[in-house]
Design a binder for this molecule. Structure first.
Ligand SMILES: Cc1cc2nc3c(=O)[nH]c(=O)nc-3n(C[C@H](O)[C@H](O)[C@H](O)COP(=O)(O)OP(=O)(O)OC[C@H]3O[C@@H](n4cnc5c(N)ncnc54)[C@H](O)[C@@H]3O)c2cc1C
Length: 229
């Protein structure tokens, strides 16, 4: 069995990704439009990644097997999305969110990546609000939180029992904006069959067109797999 090399940076868990991001090479803004990136999946992960990469100026090809990104499984999520805003002033922190998420995932998740998620969780909520996600609010208008999934603090942002659907509509809106701007091309009704590796690097995918049955190949400089859990 080949084990995935997640290429997690060295250092203390709280610094790994922050230090990596501060030191890694940047792409010149003028060169971004010369780089093609394939994103497989247009659920919350893929739609957000494709929209963000498109906004940055990369040339993105987004793939899903449904007829529309709005039908990704993310639409089924109900309870809410966690962030360490500490609005309830009940002692929350990025570390506590990290710890609870590792524990809630039966200690199987990659710790450095979960820490990064906890660290940027507050920005994710701000982004979703900017995208128009109608999170539940207090009477006075501020965002409200509830305790969810056995956590001892109230850190869950929610939109009734349809948080996933509302988040997905927000991400889909951002994706649609980039499709209209021409930075993202959407390939729906495509089933990815294989990943193309060149010198050990992912450089393309093979798909089946679910309408015509045709086998197609798509090349890129990088491939993001966001095809779900
Ligand atoms: C009922 C339910 C309730 C949940 N509640 C919560 C909750 O309250 N809070 C929470 O944080 N999480 C919750 N989750 C988990 C959370 O919803 C998911 O982890 C998350 O939405 C996954 O998003 P994703 O973008 O990774 O994948 P998905 O939304 O599953 O998207 C996968 C994408 O990949 C594409 N794809 C897959 N395979 C291929 C292929 N071979 N070729 C082409 N495209 C492909 C699909 O077309 C789709 O666009 C819940 C999940 C479920 C099912």
């Amino acid at each position: 069995m080949t084990r995935l090399n997640a290429r997690i940076p060295e250092g203390p868990v709280a610094d790994k990704w922050t230090a990596y991001k501060s030191g890694c090479k940047l792409v010149n803004p003028n060169n971004k439009r010369k780089l093609d990136i394939i994103v497989v999946g247009t659920g919350l992960a893929g739609a957000s990644a494709a929209a963000s990469l498109g906004e940055l100026g990369y040339n993105v090809k987004a793939f899903c097997y449904q007829d529309t990104p709005r039908r990704a499984h993310s639409i089924a999520a109900q309870g809410g999305i966690n962030a360490a805003k500490n609005y309830a002033n009940d002692g929350d922190s990025a570390y506590r969110l990290f710890y609870d998420t590792i524990k809630g995932g039966d200690y199987r998740a990659r710790e450095a990546n979960v820490y990064r998620l906890a660290e940027v969780s507050n920005q994710i909520i701000d982004l979703c609000v900017a995208q128009g996600v109608p999170f539940a609010r207090e009477y006075g208008g501020l965002l409200t939180n509830r305790s969810f999934g056995g956590a001892q603090v109230s850190r869950t942002f929610f939109a009734r029992g349809q948080t996933g659907q509302q988040l997905l509509l927000g991400a889909y809106g951002a994706l649609s904006r980039q499709i209209a701007a021409g930075t993202v091309t959407l390939y729906n009704r495509r089933d990815m069959l294989d990943l193309v590796l060149v010198d050990g690097k992912a450089r393309g995918i093979i798909t089946r067109n679910l309408v015509t049955g045709e086998i197609e190949r798509h090349a890129a400089h990088a491939v993001v797999l966001a095809s779900g859990g």
